[in-house]
Write a protein that binds this ligand. Structure first.
Ligand code: DQA
Length: 156
């Protein structure tokens, strides 16, 4: 359906390696499986999703810049760039779109360098520590932010 809000789900470096990458931390679900689960959940919620991944900081910045014309909101797991990238912070700051920061792992239970995020202060909220399920939680939160479900989760 053309008038469904289109949500950008943007994944940063090394997330293409999910499934084989440190499964004790990140789980065994692959990024392709997460993409499929997101498509099903988006359909249920009344959203479209555009699911992307890049290992390159500048490409992530370009995708975020384009999102303001094409999307209704951004769910971003910026991977390690979360903790380093002023450029991604600035790109997110100039979109007028609602942003949800997402991490599979609970970054606050991990090394101190993962405790600071350049994204949190330009995000509506943060979801971390729920593994692949966090992507579905983020879509549910985004559905409310863009107005396709009410505060209580019922259809708007
Ligand atoms: C991550 C957490 C980051 O600290 C890490 O660099 C990642 C993945 C997560 O989803 O838990 O690449 O964003």
């Amino acid at each position: 359906m053309a008038d469904r809000p289109d949500i950008l789900i943007l994944n940063g470096p090394n997330l293409n390696m999910l499934g084989v990458r440190e499964p004790a931390i990140y789980g065994s679900t692959t990024l392709a499986q997460i993409e499929g689960n997101c498509a099903a959940e988006a359909d249920r919620l009344g959203l479209e999703v555009d699911f992307r991944q890049s290992n390159f900081e500048g490409e992530l910045v370009s995708i975020i810049q384009q999102a303001r014309d094409e999307h209704a909101g951004i769910v971003i797991n910026a991977g390690a760039y979360t903790h380093t990238s002023v450029a991604i912070h600035d790109a997110l700051a100039l979109t007028d779109l609602p942003v949800i920061e997402l991490h599979l792992s609970n970054t606050f239970k991990r090394e101190p360098f993962r405790h600071h995020s350049y994204i949190s202060d330009v995000a509506v909220g943060v979801i971390c520590g729920f593994g692949a399920h966090g992507y579905l939680l983020a879509l549910q939160a985004m559905a409310r932010l863009v107005g396709v479900v009410d505060e209580d989760g019922s259809n708007a």
